[in-house]
Design a protein around this ligand. Sequence first.
Ligand SMILES: Nc1nc2c(c(=O)[nH]1)N[C@H]1C(S)=C(S)[C@@H](COP(=O)(O)OP(=O)(O)OC[C@H]3O[C@@H](n4cnc5c(=O)[nH]c(N)nc54)[C@H](O)[C@@H]3O)O[C@H]1N2
Ligand SMILES: Nc1nc2c(c(=O)[nH]1)N[C@H]1C(S)=C(S)[C@@H](COP(=O)(O)OP(=O)(O)OC[C@H]3O[C@@H](n4cnc5c(=O)[nH]c(N)nc54)[C@H](O)[C@@H]3O)O[C@H]1N2
Ligand code: SF4
Ligand SMILES: [Mo]
Length: 678
Amino acid sequence: MRDEPNGVFPSVCPLDCPDQCGLLLHKQDGKIVKIEGDPNHPVTQGAICNKVRNMTARIYDEKRLAYPLKRVGAKGEGRFERISWDEAIKTITDRWKSLIASEGPESILPYSFYGNMGRIGTEGMDRRFFNRMGASRLLYAICESAGTEGYAYTMGSSFGTDPETTPQAKLIIMWGINAVSTNMHQVMLAEQARKNGAQIVVIDAHRNQTGRWADWFIPILPGTDAALALGLMHILFAEGLVDEAFMQEHTIGHEELRTHVQQYDPATVSAITGVPEADIYRLARLYGGTTPAFIRIGNGIQHHDNGGMCVRTIACLPAVTGQWQYPGGGAIKGNGAYLEHNVTALQRPDLREGHARQVNMNLLGSALLELDPPIYAMYVYNSNPALVAPSANKVKEGLLRDDLFTVVHDLFLTETAKYADIVLPATSSWENTDFYRSYWHHYVQLQLPVISAYGESKSNVEVFRLLAAAMGYEEEALYETEETLIRQAIDYPRNPALADITYETLLEQSFIKAGVKPLFPGRLRTPSGKIELYSRQMELKGYPPLPTYIPLPEDSDLPFRFIPAPNHNFLNSTFAHNEKHARMEKAPKLHMHEADAEALGLASGELARVWNERGECELIVVTGQDVMRGVVVSQGLWADQPGGKTRVNALTPDRVADMGGGAVFFSGRVNVEKAAGQ
Ligand SMILES: Nc1nc2c(c(=O)[nH]1)N[C@H]1C(S)=C(S)[C@@H](COP(=O)(O)OP(=O)(O)OC[C@H]3O[C@@H](n4cnc5c(=O)[nH]c(N)nc54)[C@H](O)[C@@H]3O)O[C@H]1N2
Ligand SMILES: Nc1nc2c(c(=O)[nH]1)N[C@H]1C(S)=C(S)[C@@H](COP(=O)(O)OP(=O)(O)OC[C@H]3O[C@@H](n4cnc5c(=O)[nH]c(N)nc54)[C@H](O)[C@@H]3O)O[C@H]1N2
Ligand code: SF4
Ligand SMILES: [Mo]
């Protein structure tokens, strides 16, 4: 504990954001009064986003949960009564014990994600506990899994360019990423590259702040990016803009690819993507003629039915042009594999006896409504599924089940918590001990508590220790300290990049860069050890072995493709409950082409009803030319407002993507009309 009441303390941003900033927390009289970016952290460079600069408005928000609650109203109503921790833990574990006796442990489902990226609290003690219990397992597929799997078919695993080299790039393509909002330090690094003469291209379905920042913005029809990438390869091969020597040495399947891309001629690709033929030529020649060229692959493109294949396909581009050879060139989808820690030691899968079913978190609604044998208890932490999971009306119906016993551990009475039987107050990350490793840059950081726990709140690790004791579990692994857990996780000789990272060095230094080696020359984790332009592994799993454009399946013939994207001032639904951040974001909006709006008799500022067979919501229309005709875009996962209908996930499909069990938030169709009463 950094328990001096005054001073400046190094810290780390806990949010699910690639930038994972180093922070300096300024304390006065035991309270954090100011948050700034650590000027010495080479990636943070003293700059942080507005969200976290205003984090004190969240951690000291008067609505923060200070003690355990039990529900006294109907599910969803939000009426609760204060109880003690003893009563809360006893109520929970009594119910679990009786369920385990009558229905078996698989009737209990843990549901979590990365509300806090601290590894021991998010994928450490919790995993040990539920492994010991034998509970149903969750497939953590709501975020990046489709693209991660797709990228791995090409590149072996989540290995990409070191972002700190990207100021050396002469061409930067931001592909399906709203980086100004979601990866601001990549934007800062790209600005450095721009000063050195680099061009910045943004390819997106929405000309948002990132598109406006680009030197060249290329609008594209949603779900068609693989076709564009294949069209670029068509031209690169046809015009000799490929690197034959690199392909020869470091890839397999380039001859098959050369023949395969002949079908993706610019006219065909233009008709699919909505990108003019001349622009496809221009982009291919720019990409094929500029070194180093860097592609930042975002998460937007993989939240589609064909998202895995799309990322797999884009990942072939830097191989074809040999960009991996040049510092600053290549691509990043995610870099998580470089900093891999000892997951087995931390999560202890050996504590589980036998197998348990796995439930895809994207199918929560149908899991709660249809699974047989049923789920009778759910324990939610680090996540707000009532707002963030697809097909929200199904999720709501599931959460309303009378025979479902729900516990939610959170800092706020979220939409999910309102359906809970028991609500437990969580500490913020700055009240905890944990370690953090970015999935984009190469730094690792230790967080020690900087402030004392808010009210009676407790960390995830503490709560699981209490639950284990009340369940009568005796394994030592369930009672270990935070420090021991961290030591076990980072002691991992199999990953030499972590060699200099120990608990001691982390205590001494605010941040440590892992000893990451360049990817090439080297053996990749693909079956061949090379970049796989042709993937036998995919073929065996029933996918086309070569990168391929697969059109989105249509769930209806409604006129608009709906993209409910994240926004600038929230992080998923985090901050949606904090007035300051909601005010910064203003209002839940729907971006739509002016011609589409006019045809519907809708003007900017008016309330639109957006609906499909899954549900409806109401958003304020913004008209213009920032989206193509036939596409509508909302931003942010807004908290429920009195009388408002702002759950955009009421409209999203709960199909799973082609790979990784991924979510398809952006593939659904909707209709739009003027809301009643205007
Ligand atoms: N401010 C802020 N930062 C965040 C988050 C947040 O909520 N707010 N969330 C965090 C998390 S968990 C994640 S996963 C990342 C997500 O951040 P990003 O990787 O930026 O992904 P998204 O914002 O989901 O989508 C990016 C862009 O994809 C576009 N898009 C949608 N469909 C398509 C398509 O088919 N083709 C193309 N080319 N573009 C398309 C959208 O218009 C959007 O601009 O950000 C993290 N950082
Ligand atoms: N429509 C649509 N839906 C989306 C997306 C989208 O782009 N569009 N994005 C998707 C993506 S990429 C993601 S990653 C998911 C994210 O979905 P979630 O992981 O559910 O993310 P948040 O909404 O930020 O909710 C995190 C919750 O964890 C709580 N929390 C924070 N720290 C702690 C802690 O230490 N302990 C406990 N117990 N709780 C804590 C926070 O208060 C917050 O309520 O949403 C997905 N949903
Ligand atoms: S949310 Fe991202 S940009 Fe903002 S402080 Fe955290 S890591 Fe940095
Ligand atoms: Mo995410």
